[in-house]
Write a protein that binds this ligand. Sequence first.
Ligand SMILES: [Mg+2]
Length: 95
Amino acid sequence: MKNDYLQVMIEAIRQNGYKMQTMVAIEEMSELTKELVKFMRGEHNTDAIAEEIVDVEIMLRQMKIIYGIKDEDVEKLMVIKLERLKERLEGRKNG
Ligand SMILES: [Mg+2]
C-alpha cells in the first residue's frame, strides 16, 4: 500500500481518536454482517459486500495501528491458523 495511505490512517486516528475509530470499526463490521445476511436471504448484493469488505479492511488496518499489532505477527498467526484448518480438513477427508 502507498505510504500516503498509511499517513491518512494515522491522521484519521490522530484527529478522531482511538475510541471513535474503534467505534467506526465496529459499525463497519456490522454493515458487512448486514450485507451478508441480505445475501443469505436471496439478494444479489455482491457489490455491496465488496464495498463493506473494503471498509472493514481499512478499519482493521487502523485497529492494527491503534493496538500496536504488527503485520508480520498477523501473518504468522494467519499461517498457524490456516495450517490448523488445513490439518482439520485433511483429517476429515482421511478419516
Ligand atoms: Mg460501510
